[in-house]
Design a binder for this molecule. Structure first.
Ligand code: TXA
Ligand code: MG
Length: 343
């Protein structure tokens, strides 16, 4: 199959809508990461997503809408708190897990009775959804296991030849996937941390928000995940990454001792733009040392750069502290398969 890469404009948006209405899949930009979209009501169309991405059959997809009035089409028994969150944070990087409507194709929710819903902030994403007049199921547009795409060229390198169309809407501004919060059963639980942090959610619902306890660690053998996505390998470049948890000076001291100039196994540093490192190290940078927002926006691009330069071994500076830093750390920990050295 030939994959067209088209700049987002009126014509390409109409083409995307036409393909989507016809049961095909299209990669679309959102403010978080690129998504691989299909009609959420069409089982066969959704099946195409799983095939193209090589996604495990039991990992459910997020449904994207363009207006809050569409929420009733995809979910039911919607609690007031969900409306409060939607009114505050939509359009934006928040996915709310709700009881699903029977309209939704079975394979979107992979057998669960819930569905994750979000309204993206990217104008092009919402234009495509409203041009179709359909809610769109869309996971990140990467091959399963690789870093989520934040540029149209990332999608091309993962899915070129397997999908008919990629709409290029520029670089994704948030850079990490949406916060996933479940409010099924009355208690708000964050299943995946993201740009909308627990403190912001708590302010709106006026209640405490729990963090799924499995977010921070590797699942044990046979442990049931709180969200299916937790059990899969994620964001992993070919390189072996180790996070070094330490202050800057301790980090420098450690790497100079561990990897002196003449040693033959010098790792690449995944570091920050505003820090200097010893000259004999190759460095890929992800944002500013104390600014989690800048780290989130380029982390996935940096992980792909590590592959481009064929890095084999990588040592990473730890993300900034705070709740958004925690979301960045969550992605980096998974990319590192939880390898970490605490100094
Ligand atoms: O920012 C985003 O959310 C992007 C863009 C394209 O919107 N999408 C995205 O989709 O990251 P995906 O499929 O790569 O990640 C969805 C995550 C998975 O970890 C999945 O397990 C979880 O959300 N999820 C989806 N539906 C769920 C449900 N009903 N219950 C629990 N977890 C769910
Ligand atoms: Mg994904």
């Amino acid at each position: 199959m030939i994959t067209q890469l088209r700049k987002a404009d009126e014509e390409s948006i109409q083409l995307a809508a036409k393909l989507l209405c016809g049961g095909q899949i299209v990669a679309i930009p959102t403010e978080t990461v690129y998504g691989l979209a299909a009609n959420a009501f069409n089982y066969g169309a959704v099946e195409n997503i799983f095939k193209a991405k090589m996604r495990p059959q039991d990992n459910p997809l997020i449904v994207h809408i363009s207006d809050i009035s569409e929420l009733d089409l995809v979910a039911q028994d919607i609690p007031d708190e969900a409306y409060a969150l939607a009114l505050e944070f939509w359009p934006g990087p928040l996915t709310i897990v709700l009881k699903k409507s029977s309209n939704i194709a079975k394979n979107v929710s992979t057998g669960l009775d819930t569905v994750g819903v979000r309204m993206p902030a990217h104008d092009v994403a919402r234009s495509i959804i409203s041009a179709c007049g359909l809610p769109l199921a869309a996971p990140s547009a990467n091959v399963s296991g690789s870093p989520s795409p934040t540029l149209a060229t990332h999608v091309m390198s993962d899915l070129g030849g397997r999908i008919p169309l990629i709409i290029d809407g520029g670089e994704c501004s948030v850079g990490i996937e949406s916060t996933v919060v479940s409010i099924v059963g009355g208690q708000a639980v964050v299943l995946r941390p993201g740009f909308i942090t627990p403190d912001k959610l708590e302010k709106v619902i006026g209640k405490s928000v729990q963090l799924a306890q499995q977010i921070e660690r590797r699942l044990q053998k046979d442990e049931v995940p709180q969200s299916p996505g937790m059990k899969y390998k994620h964001y992993a470049p070919s390189a072996e990454i180790t996070i070094i948890s330490a202050e800057y000076l301790k980090f420098i001291d450690y790497i100079e001792k561990e990897y002196p100039k003449k040693c033959d196994n010098i790792p690449v540093i995944l570091g920050f733009e505003d820090e200097q490192y010893p000259e004999h190290f190759c460095v890929v940078r992800y944002g500013l040392s104390t600014d989690a927002k800048s780290q989130a926006s380029v982390l996935f691009k940096a992980l792909r750069q590590l592959d481009e330069i064929k890095a084999k071994k990588v040592i990473a500076r730890q993300p900034a502290s705070g709740q958004l830093g925690f979301a960045v750390r969550n992605r980096l920990m998974r990319a590192a398969a939880f390898r970490q050295v605490q100094l």
